[in-house]
Design a protein around this ligand. Structure first.
Ligand code: XIL
Length: 358
């Protein structure tokens, strides 16, 4: 009997140990999630479109992710599926499957699609980098790509980031293949070609850094105003807003309000709030960090909610949850920048977004 007692005691203790292990504040910590009424969703609560950048692989293969996307958002951006290399990997080949899948999904579920992105310094495929031709041939290449893509999605994609990240931090145009081959006019031309292919699509210039560099911000705003004055068909300005919880409220508000002053529509197009901007390799997420993130999300949403309604294109987060954030891969660090945690549960940041429109 004594022996059995010992065995039972050991089993009980071991089991308790395991359970305790589960309750430990391991990453991701369940106690950082918040009990929000499940009938509340971002798309219902926000008075403007609220979207996310969506990964087509996850949409196809992860039911939790897919259902969350259906439930929470009414606007979708393809994280990668509509970029140049993905859609147009060699000169005479277009690969539509993933982008079409996303667009069909959006149509079936009544969601707006924002196209991202036609021309981006980072994404030309090698056939473009190796392309030989005179200025006219390069102009045709630009035009063909833009018009083939925009025509393919005509009537299904509401808006486009026509040119992405053309400005360098020092306020001059970023060196890239398009600038080298076509000069600064590649930007105006891109908008004109996109507009010809789908006059109903809203056309955006999209970039990052408005909140941390007045030099870059001013250069972007000047460029956009010049395009407008020249009659180039531009409807909006996208502020990526890959930001972090230490960014000052003033800088964030200045970024939004200087964009508003252009009179164009403003899209907070790639919002995420990094909690580890200093790349600390062993940082863990804590309740304290969660509260700071909540406050920052609330401030951004509140500031955006106060701009004129007809300029609110919407807010889009870059990715859905901390599990699928691009930041971890891009910067090789732990980070938790989104309103959903690794288990696709709502974080305090989610409540911050709701509080922003109270
Ligand atoms: C990122 C994607 O999230 C990554 O999966 C990819 O490897 C690189 O591009 N600014 C942009 C987006 O405009 O297109 C970028 O997306 C993130 C930064």
């Amino acid at each position: 009997m004594k022996k059995y007692g010992l065995v039972i005691a050991l089993v009980v203790l071991t089991t308790m140990g395991c359970l305790k292990g589960q309750d430990d504040p391991v990453f991701p910590s369940p106690d950082l999630t918040i009990p929000v009424d499940e009938s509340v969703t971002l798309q219902k609560a926000m008075p403007f479109p609220f979207g996310a950048a969506v990964n087509v692989g996850l949409l196809k293969n992860n039911t939790t992710y897919r259902n969350l996307v259906i439930k929470e958002y009414n606007s979708l951006t393809a994280e990668n599926a509509m970029k140049f290399t993905q859609l147009h990997p060699s000169e005479n080949v277009y690969t539509w499957a993933d982008a079409d899948y996303l667009v069909d999904f959006a149509q079936q579920n009544g969601k707006r699609v924002h196209g991202h992105t036609l021309i981006w310094y980072k994404n030309p495929p090698s056939w473009v980098l190796n392309y030989q031709g005179d200025a006219q041939a390069w102009d045709n290449l630009l035009k063909n790509h833009i018009q083939t893509v925009v025509s393919h999605f005509k009537g299904k994609v509401a808006s486009w980031d026509v040119v992405n990240e053309a400005m360098a931090d020092n306020g001059t145009l970023r060196d890239c293949i398009w600038l080298q081959k076509l000069g600064a006019d590649y930007i105006a031309k891109s908008f004109i070609y996109a507009h010809q292919a789908d006059p109903d699509a809203l056309l955006f210039y999209n970039d990052f850094g408005h909140e941390y560099s007045t030099t870059k911000r001013t250069a972007i705003i000047n460029m956009v105003n010049n395009l407008k004055q020249q009659g180039v068909p531009i409807d909006g300005i996208g502020l990526q807003m890959h930001t972090n919880y230490m960014q000052s409220d003033k800088n964030l508000a200045d970024a939004i309000n200087t964009a508003v002053a252009t009179g164009l529509k403003v899209h907070i197009a790639e919002l995420d709030i990094s909690m580890n901007p200093n790349n600390i390799p062993d940082l863990t997420f804590s309740a304290g960090l969660a509260e700071q993130q909540k406050a920052k999300y609330e401030f951004i949403v509140k500031t955006y909610n106060a701009i004129p309604k007809n300029q609110q294109f919407g807010i889009t987060t870059w990715n859905v949850s901390d599990a699928d954030t691009w930041i971890r891969g891009e910067y090789n660090r732990p980070d938790w920048p989104l309103p959903f945690n690794d288990n696709y549960e709502r974080k305090a940041a989610y409540q911050g977004i709701l509080d922003g429109v109270k």
